[in-house]
Design a protein around this ligand. Sequence first.
Ligand code: GLN
Length: 483
Amino acid sequence: MTIKYKTIKEIKSMISQNEISNIEIVQEVYKLIDENKHLNAFITLNEENSLKKAEVLDKSSSNLPLAGIPIAQKDLFCTKGIRTTCASNILNNFIPPYSATVIENLEKAGCISIGKTNMDEFAMGSSNETSFFGNVQNPWGQKLVPGGSSGGSASAIAAGIVPAASGTDTGGSIRQPASLCGISGLKPTYGRISRWGMIAFASSLDQAGPMARTAEDCAIMLNEMCSHDEKDTTSLNDKIPNFEDNLNNSLNGKKIGIVKDLDLSSLDNDVVAVYENSLKEFVSMGAELININLPNLSLSVPTYYVVAPAECSSNLSRFDGVKFGRRSENPKDLEELYIQTRSEGFGDEVKRRILIGSYVLSAGYYDAYYKKAQQVRRLIKNDFDSAFKNVDVIMTPTTRGPAFEMGSKGSDPIQMYLEDLFTISANLAGLPAMSIPNGNIDNKPIGLQIIGDFLNESTILNFAHMYQKVTNWHNYTPEGVRQ
Ligand code: GLN
């Protein structure tokens, strides 16, 4: 019995049928990590603790919802006693004294946190090429990027090492790597999952979420990840539904918004064809396509690249060599300590964002850039509010194309920023959105994005699950279609 390429649901059933023990699962995961070292998907492993937890679980026959499920955690979540780097040199030696709420929630549900996954430094990037610990490889091709910033999490799932992982999404970092690696990933409504213990990038946009092979597994994970948390003042106190309850609802008569103003002409023909085929699939399940307008959508990338750097320049000011992590050696005074620590500790992309952020927040430019961006953000949110009066979900391609080659976009930051053309608006509006695999182009996977109304993750998961019942794209792996 192997757990390679298996889903959470399948592994749960293997455990309950006594087909595999918790220890055997953990041992196999570390064997798979070793066989896939070239992917560079992990920064830090948690082998000793994982084996101990598996041993305890084997003796207790626990029926917790995630008992014994191996889960990889993005290295942006603080994990008590386990190095947490955010893929930055500045946190190279940081061992948090506490765990993020979402990690605690998942572990309370019985999961085994196998290790910390590689990512873009401080979650800034779309290709996993900004990590201090080196690029992550997409299992679908030696030179291909896995997407970012949650690239290590996506790569580990796509390679069949773990059934699921945690990710975070500020402008697309769950959905874009999910699309490029052929897996499913959900960014919940802003505030659904506590941000406490997540290393902040842009606090008004950051949101944690599940990444897994199937929508059903994302629902299982999400059930455990959500909680109201007094330690996070933006944590929502709304009722948390059971996200598995509505997965099988009929789509008959449901309305899918198709964005009229979306310019698909910059996409490969193949991407458009894949997208249109999936829409047909939904129509054959009884759903209706409705044209909608999101007139300010084209402003979402420029708006994001003012708001996100502004917030990051403020959030990252805490890394000064005094409070956390790495400190430069032998500074001659306090000012030099700050300058040297930050110059040595941050990579180029992070420095670029801090510069832009400080500029747009500066006294002379605040009104022209930051305030203006906040106003446009409101317009984008208003567009979605009117659209959701008439539709249940909105669908777009997740990305402009399938995985690209490492180095191919490195010299032009704008090209890289445009990777998130379709994903960023959901973060600006605080809405839940998901990517599911919906096709292959030149043997490289690609995803469909489903955006839902505020707090309506269940509807998104329902559409995604029904699609996965009648299609097979989520079963494609780099080694062929899994059984
Ligand atoms: N790619 C986007 C950026 O670089 C989004 C990253 C994210 O969602 N964390 O900012």
